[in-house]
Design a protein around this ligand. Structure first.
Ligand code: SAT
Ligand code: MN
Length: 590
């Protein structure tokens, strides 16, 4: 045996040892190493149909597609049960729930003890990002849920190629998951960023259970990125091509269920399509980026699929998503029609027969038929706008970074940050009204810096310092913008049409990137001159024009006082440069 072969064998040996150790603790009946093959997937789907985990949908309208109904108490991420377990509490920061690693391990060991008796333990090797990209990172998820395996196969590069890369790299994130008994009182999502480990117990749902997604690609990866000089962000990535054929890429951060998937798959308004504008999709949720040799930031989408919010997805709001969902999809907690097609609020005018819990749907009860956080899981390759550049190992160069929240009042349609430091403040100060993607009250305004509040694996003060550190002499950083598609008028109606018309805002950003238009200078940043935004074909009331393109000094004065208080919550760790930026803006607001 050559040295290299010995070496690689010993790398997998460590993985074998860990798998056996977990098996000793959890006592499964069987261990299955997933290779990601079609045959394996078919067998899993068969077994899940037999035990009721999956229900086959209408084969004529939705070939090879299935419905999964999760436990009614297990329908969203559980932020209050999600912990970052660093040795020092301050390293996790006030933005995370913290538990001492030793205590967390003890607690999790007692939950995992014997939990897989009678079950199969699946070993799922996966790669986040294109298999051959230097920006990609691997993980192994051990789980007792076949539903998780089927979803991981769509959401990541899962199976044999990932295992081969793990053998080459020698390092990977260890994730251990069990649905346990789905008791919300025995549910925890623990992260050990210093050891690259995740332990999740008691939930089978989305971000709690598909460990490659929020747990690895955001919480663990953000921590890893801080020490390795890159960024792991809650951002979509889209490509935009103008009629001259120039291509730009934009990364945009919005909280969960605020339209990232819709923006990533945007279809431009008619006039734009006629003129030759094109939008392509690289990713809809997560972006890993790092500076390239030319000083620009290069980004990859670590995921291979979409785990999108179903309600509101329609032919009008997102035809590309709908087209992606016509086959080979897994639906979770949607309703079904009488001919067994998946259905959700906002899809069309049909009335479904069965609600998301599996009960006969009572239209008169006034409750939604699909759960507000019901989801579809589908391969990104099925999306008509999916870009082949998403497979490029080098990633795509980012021209603009966009931050956005759901703000009914105050925040205008779009503004541009003065420079990188101001841009970091704009991201740090992001606020948004909460959505159904996490359990808890919906519609409450909270600070959600860079849409990372639930996902940053370390102290936000250090995270902002890390962002600031990219401003180097040779850096060619993207311009930073803030948008708000959700501004409401006095009558409570949305003032901006959104969806495809958001293209008009993206076009203005590109004009700014190219230096083609100037702007209105205000203390909060550069606002567009309304004549520089193409509004041909959109009807905007006087109120809409004023609120979308104006700024309310008095309101912003209050906002900046509240931003200052927010930054102070992080104490002396908060970078001075960011506090200075906040103070300077507050001063210029008078
Ligand atoms: O549940 S997930 O975290 O996977 C989806 C989301 O909340 O964005
Ligand atoms: Mn998300």
């Amino acid at each position: 045996m050559t040295d290299i072969a010995q070496n690689s064998q010993s790398k997998l040996e460590a993985l074998n040892q860990w798998v056996l150790e977990v098996a000793r603790l959890t006592r499964p009946d069987r261990i299955h190493w997933c290779d990601g093959s079609d045959a394996e997937n078919e067998a899993l789907i068969q077994a899940m149909q037999a035990d009721g985990t999956l229900i086959k949908l209408n084969e004529d309208t939705h070939p090879n597609s299935y419905l999964h109904r999760s436990h009614p108490d297990d329908v969203a991420r559980v932020e209050h049960l999600t912990f970052v377990c660093t040795t020092n509490r301050d390293d996790a920061g006030p933005n995370n729930h913290w538990m001492a690693p030793e205590l967390a391990r003890q607690q999790m060991d007692s939950l995992f003890e014997g939990c897989m008796e009678g079950r199969t333990m699946y070993v799922v090797p996966y790669c986040m990002g294109p298999i051959d990209s230097p920006l990609s990172r691997c993980g192994v998820e051990i789980t007792d849920s076949a539903y998780v395996v089927a979803n991981m196969r769509i959401m990541t590069r899962m199976g044999a190629p990932a295992l081969a890369r793990i053998e080459r790299d020698g390092s990977y994130v260890k994730g251990l998951h069990s649905t346990g008994d789905l008791n919300p009182d025995r549910r925890f999502i623990m992260h050990f960023p210093e050891e690259l480990e995740i332990q999740s117990f008691g939930s089978g749902y989305g971000g709690n259970a598909l460990l490659g997604k929020k747990c690895h690609a955001l919480r663990i990866a953000s921590h890893q990125a801080q020490s390795e000089g890159w960024l792991a962000e809650h951002m979509l990535i889209l490509g935009i091509e103008n009629p001259k054929g120039d291509k730009h890429y934009i990364a945009a951060a919005f909280p969960s269920a605020c339209g990232k998937t819709n923006l990533a798959m945007l279809i431009p308004p008619e006039g734009y399509v006629r003129d030759g504008w094109k939008i392509t999709t690289i990713g809809d949720d997560i972006c890993w980026m790092r500076p390239g040799a030319d000083g620009r930031l290069y980004a990859i989408n670590p995921e291979a699929g979409f785990f999108g919010v179903a309600p509101g997805t329609s032919e009008k709001s997102n035809p590309n998503a709908l087209a992606s969902l016509q086959r080979d999809a897994i639906f979770t907690n949607v309703a079904v029609t009488d001919d067994n097609q998946p259905w959700w609020e906002g899809l069309d005018k049909r009335v479904p027969a069965i609600d998301w819990r599996g009960n006969v749907y009572d239209f008169n009860a006034g409750k939604p038929a699909a759960h507000p956080n019901s989801r579809f899981t589908v391969s990104a390759k099925q999306c008509p706008s999916y870009s082949p550049m998403a497979e490029d190992p080098q990633g795509v160069p980012i021209s603009a970074i966009v931050f956005g929240g759901r703000r009914a009042s105050l925040v205008p349609l779009v503004f541009e940050a003065r420079d990188w430091t101001h841009g970091v403040l704009v991201g740090a100060a992001m606020g948004s009204e909460t959505t159904a993607a996490a359990t808890g009250a919906v519609g409450v305004m909270r600070r959600d810096p860079m849409a990372m509040k639930p996902f940053c694996g370390y102290n936000f003060a250090d995270y902002f310092a890390h962002w600031l550190s990219f401003d180097q002499a040779n850096a060619k950083l993207p311009k930073v913008f803030h948008v708000n598609w959700f501004r409401k008028g006095d009558a409570g109606d949305f003032l901006w049409p959104g969806f495809g018309d958001n293209m008009r805002v993206l076009e203005w950003m590109l004009k700014r990137v190219a230096g083609e238009v100037d702007s209105q200078e205000t203390p909060i940043g550069h606002l567009p001159k309304i004549e520089d935004v193409n509004l041909e074909g959109v009807e905007l009331s006087q109120e809409a024009r004023e609120k979308l393109f104006g700024y309310d000094r008095e309101g912003w004065r209050h906002e900046f006082a509240s931003i200052g208080e927010y930054l102070d919550e992080y104490g002396p760790r908060m970078p001075e440069a960011l506090k200075d930026e906040q103070k300077a803006t507050a001063r210029s607001l008078g």
